[in-house]
Each structure stands twice: as C-alpha cells, then as structure tokens.
Design a protein around this ligand. Structure first.
Ligand code: SF4
Ligand code: MG
Length: 334
C-alpha cells in the first residue's frame, strides 16, 4: 500500500451564530509515500483549513471536523485525543507555515528551540542534542550553524528563519511534511532557494510533501500531483502534466490563464473576475464557481456537480464532464 494519507469525505465547519458553515465540504484525496502533492487555489478556498484539520489545529471554540476520515498510515486520526495527536504532530507529520516568525518563539534562541523539538520527540540524549541541532541546520544549508544556535529569531532574515523551520520540521524524520504557502512571504530569489531546499530534503529523507500554494509556478516546479480547490471543494485532481497540458475545469483553466508571463516586461496578471464566495454566501445548489465561470450554463445553477473521473487518475467537478448525466449520454449515443 503506497498510500500515506487518505482524506475521505472531509467536512470541516465553523459554528457562527448557531449555524455550521463549511470551509471544507466533502474533500477527498490521497497523498502517496514520497510524493509531492500540491493543493492549489485562491485564498479562501479552504486549503489552509484543510491542513489545519489534518494537524488538529482548528480554532477550538468554533471549528470542527463534522464528517469524514483522515487516514494516516491506514489509521483514522480524526478521533484521536489531543495527547495522541501531539505525539503524531512534529514527529510523523510536520508543518511549516507562511510566516516562520509566528511559529518561532521570539525570546528563545534558535538552538534552544531546535533542541526542544529533538528532546520532546526523539530519544536523543541531552549531551548529543546540540550536535544534532547543528547538523540539522547545516543540512538545510545554514553554514554558520554554530553561531546561529545562539541567535534569536529576529536576528535572522526571513529566508533563514524558514530554513530553521524546515530543520525543525525534519528533525524527527516525518513521513509527511505539510507546507502552507512556505515561500509567499519571501522575495523571489529566496523563494526559489527554499523550494529547491524542500525538494532536495524531500528526496534525501524520502518523505511526502503536501504543499499548499496559490502559485502555479510553484506547482510546476514541485508537484507530482495536483489538487485544485475552489470554495471548499476539490474541483480538479490529476498528475501535474495533465493539469498544465490538459486542464479540464474552467477554474483550473482560469488559474492557468492568470500566471504572469516571465518573458513579458510588464507582468499582466489576468486575474479571474469576481471573488470566492464567502462561507455565509455559499450557493446551496448548483456549481459554486457558476458566478465566475466563463462557461456557465443555466443548468449550472440547479445541478450540483459531483467530482468524477474523466479518465484514470484525472477527476473533475463540472457538469460539462459529467458523463453520468442523461443529456450527455444521449448526445454520445446519437
Ligand atoms: Fe462552469 Fe458550470 Fe462547470 Fe461550474 S458546472 S465549472 S459553472 S461549466
Ligand atoms: Mg491560506
């Protein structure tokens, strides 16, 4: 069995004023061992809520997984207690965020924080721990590691802080690294270096990576497979080549159309018109992309599209591709 993570019919909701609104609605996909899966979509599409659901880091006061399973190595982790989850988090599944400053403690040295991770999650001895921290920092390309361990987070650049976060994340050799927009806050050259580092570490350590991004350039660089999310749902899912060379969903096509062309002197960002509907304004029936879809038809407002395979390993949620619909069948037969 190559499956490391299996998300099945995940529903994550937020209770607002006595009603549950779903930021993630019936999401299913897998991450195989040693695979890089990119989750792509605009902000507000449920990508981050999905990863927080996996990590059990939803806001406790109103966020909850309502339905569905998250199987990690074949075992459902949704029912686990906070303690049980603490054992998995940072050890088997690690996460890095967009802004490392929020994840690092500003008043503790880098070395102290690195050592803590190792002491909490491994059997490494107190005597050995600092040596290991330094070697991890070197592994992520920090050559001055012996000095850096004595420094505080604010003394490092954004790129260096992200390297430290990656060092912490891989300290326990996790099976899965979840990276939520890990390079968005960095400038372009540093972005490329950090992505290169993640890729290199992924190959060295043999872990799987679930990379969340709104940037299709990042997807092209990193992904083996791609999950496109829109308004809390998976709208297209395939290997990376078919996403770029044979995109099916109008949303995926629109995202591809909005990649800035590097060869153009002035970047013309052909953004998709309109915005992602907010949690409270999600259409009850019909396609959630209908308001913005250039190919929308009247029936897109009344028929709710299901995610279905158009060919093996390529799934799309759009009635244009729904072969189970009688009208489509009739068309094919005639
Ligand atoms: Fe567009 Fe209709 Fe397909 Fe939705 S179902 S993506 S509105 S064509
Ligand atoms: Mg996000």
């Amino acid at each position: 069995n190559d499956k490391l993570l299996e998300i099945k019919n995940l529903h994550t909701g937020f209770d607002i004023g006595g009603k549950t609104y779903y930021a993630v609605k019936d999401v299913s996909f897998d991450v195989n061992k040693k695979e890089v899966v990119c989750i792509v979509g605009e902000s507000g599409c449920g990508k981050s809520v999905m990863s927080l659901s996996i990590m059990d880091l939803l806001p406790k006061h109103n966020g909850k997984i309502d339905k569905g399973q998250i199987l990690f190595q074949g075992k459902d982790i949704v029912p686990l207690t906070t303690n049980e989850m603490n054992n998995i988090r940072g050890k088997d599944i690690s996460m890095i965020f967009q802004e490392p400053m929020t994840a690092l403690n500003p008043v503790l040295t880098i070395g102290f924080q690195m050592d803590e991770v190792l002491l909490n999650h491994t059997r490494i001895s107190k005597e050995e721990v600092r040596k290991k921290s330094i070697s991890l920092l070197k592994q992520v390309g920090i050559s001055r590691a012996e000095q850096i361990v004595h420094e505080f987070p604010h003394q490092l650049s954004g790129g260096m802080r992200q390297r430290v976060m990656i060092a912490m994340a891989i300290a326990c050799q996790p099976q899965l690294l979840i990276a939520d927009e890990p390079t968005t806050a960095l400038d372009v050259t540093v972005q490329a270096q950090i992505l290169e580092l993640i890729k290199q570490i992924q190959e060295e350590v043999g872990m799987a990576v679930m990379l969340i991004t709104h940037d299709l350039g990042v997807v092209a660089e990193m992904a083996d497979r791609v999950v496109v999310m829109y308004a809390g749902q998976v709208v297209e899912q395939s290997d990376v080549d078919r996403i770029f060379y044979d995109p099916k969903h109008p949303y995926t096509k629109a995202l591809l159309g909005s990649i800035p062309r590097l060869e153009e002197k002035i970047e013309v960002l052909n953004t998709i018109k309109g915005i992602v509907p907010s949690l409270k304004n999600m259409p009850e029936t019909g396609c959630r992309f209908a308001d913005r879809c250039p190919e929308a038809m009247p029936e897109c407002r009344t028929i709710t599209p299901e995610l279905g395979e158009t060919e093996k390993g390529h799934a799309v949620r759009c009635i244009l591709y729904d072969t189970s619909r009688p009208a489509e069948k009739a068309e094919v037969q005639s």
